[in-house]
Design a protein around this ligand. Sequence first.
Ligand SMILES: Cc1ncc(COP(=O)(O)O)c(C=O)c1O
Length: 369
Amino acid sequence: MSKLTRSVWAEVNLQDIAFNTQQFCRLIGRSQLMAVVKANAYGHGSLEIAHTVLANGASWLAVAIPEEGVRLRRAGIAAPILVLGAVGPEEVEICVAKDLAVTLYEPQIARILANVSRKLQKTAKVHIKVDTGMTRLGIPDGAAVEFIRNVTRLPGLEVQGVFTHFADAENPNQEYLQWQWQRFERVINALKREGIKIPCYHAANTAAAMFFPQSHLDMVRVGLGLYGMYPNGRRSIPLRPALSLKTRIAALKHVPAGTAVSYGCTYVTWRETSLAVLPIGYADGLSRKLSNKGHVLIAGQPCPIVGKVTMDHTIVDVGDLPVSVGDEVVLIGTSGHEQVTAQDWAGWMDTINYEVTCLISSRVERIYV
Ligand SMILES: Cc1ncc(COP(=O)(O)O)c(C=O)c1O
């Protein structure tokens, strides 16, 4: 473990990441695993995660923006990388130069890719995205076959894959998922009928990989599950949450009943109690939405967050727990028999677990255990 410079840290257990990766490899059998490590691997640290997933069965990586891919290349990662997000005209050249596959759905970008390929004397790799109902990026499914046919004829471009993305795969009602899937299947079948050979078809994210196995195709793109989180809390295979968020008590104060706490005085103690001040706030990713909501764990005991979360500090009510300044506090993770998960935070914050770990800011040191 490296030496900490601050008493707020996120512990990422790489054995848990390895375990989760192996679970998905087992689940998907002969399909390939693309590990989605965008947004600093959902807050877990992209380099360390990339090395771990590649050593445990993943064969592809996915990022959101070229810069994330360039960072991986600079660190010596040679595995194939797909940029899932929109690549603008000014970003095409760096993608080709660094061998980052581009998500393609736009004739204009296809032409720029062909020009850049000629200029750099390098093949431009692309995965064509088909919009089957997410209504975000992608060529509409009705126009997909013609677009793909045209792209395969462009010099300098290599179509490595064709893919789509599901909008509602975590919903136990699979009606919309089935509808999108049928539209994608129609595109696949039309391409096959025309004899257009695509090396890799992919569609599934974590939820579809778990609950809709017919969508595994040649590859699945898994993010959330690799980090040990479940889509919408729905469980299937066993996964281990890899990230814990911890701090230490910075100050303690014994206060009488009727004491107002933090900005806006939104909490007033209803009894004589002890309050612990934690040196973590919304600038670290402890959302202000947790004000007067949720709890942390100290020595295995839940202690409620009281008053407004501030930029750098948060206050919890420790009652008559025998605690001292410097004691460890678990914000996400396990303490004694108690556990607080990113899913719990998501419930308190009225969001999803994805956002909870992505919010943990660069101010919080990541420690790999
Ligand atoms: C296009 C695409 N594929 C796959 C994923 C991975 O999804 P999940 O984290 O649910 O596995 C994402 C994540 O947002 C995505 O945008």
